[in-house]
Design a protein around this ligand. Structure first.
Ligand code: GSH
Length: 202
């Protein structure tokens, strides 16, 4: 099957899919193409009507989009080890994934607010509410940091992508202080080749 993953280098959602592609050993089987979704490249919305990255085209079916659908498909096409079978390990991974996606959604909302509005038009209430969600989700992950140990899962991939995005776009907001277990876990996880190969800051 011919497959192509569309991504943008800074996108933390697309990064989850790029990490899965590498961890599921699909390099060489899936083409990749970087683009800027905000420039609405010609024809891209034929693949993803929503105009966002990531999207995955394949020659035996319509394109898939939304990072979790793309990740699950890539995992199934590859080694298939990143989503534990039904049971406690799966629910742990999906909880981590939900916390991480929540951090991303809140962070990207803040970034959009700051990018698209003049300083006087920025809603501080909206920004503070999103940052509260980020802080609480990071607290929750610190409280259950030991669940991040063990074989790599989609939950770990998503958490690492979210924490790395905070470093990339919100470097002035220190998340490590007060979260030593999470920081230690991330320091090790960030050395994986799939992480360094997809790091927008490198
Ligand atoms: N929930 C989506 C979010 C994807 C997303 O928002 N991607 C951003 C880049 S970080 C994008 O392509 N934005 C372009 C736009 O919103 O038009 C997912 O998980 O794939």
């Amino acid at each position: 099957m011919t497959m192509k993953l569309y991504y943008s280098v800074p996108s933390p959602y697309a990064r989850k899919a790029r990490i899965v592609l590498i961890e599921a050993r699909l390099e060489g089987r899936v083409e990749t193409e970087a683009l800027d979704p905000w420039s609405d490249p010609a024809g891209y919305r034929d693949h993803n009507p929503l105009g966002k990255v990531p999207a995955l085209t394949r020659d035996d079916g319509p394109a898939l989009f939304q990072s979790n659908a793309v990740c699950e498909f890539l995992n199934a096409e590859g080694d298939g080890q990143l989503y534990p079978a039904n049971g406690p390990d799966r629910w742990t991974a999906l909880r981590q994934l939900a916390l991480a996606d929540g951090i991303l959604d809140a962070s990207v909302t803040v970034r959009m607010e700051l990018t698209f509005h003049e300083p006087g038009d920025i809603s501080q209430k909206l920004v503070e509410r999103q940052e509260l969600s980020v802080a609480q989700a990071i607290d929750a992950l610190e409280g259950e940091a030991e669940t991040l140990d063990g074989p790599i899962t989609i939950g770990q991939i998503a958490v690492a992508s979210a924490l790395s995005y905070r470093d990339f776009r919100f470097a002035d907001v220190d998340w490590r202080t007060g979260h030593p277990k999470l920081a230690a876990w991330f320091e090790t996880f960030a050395t994986r080749p799939s992480m360094t190969a997809t790091d927008p800051a490198l």
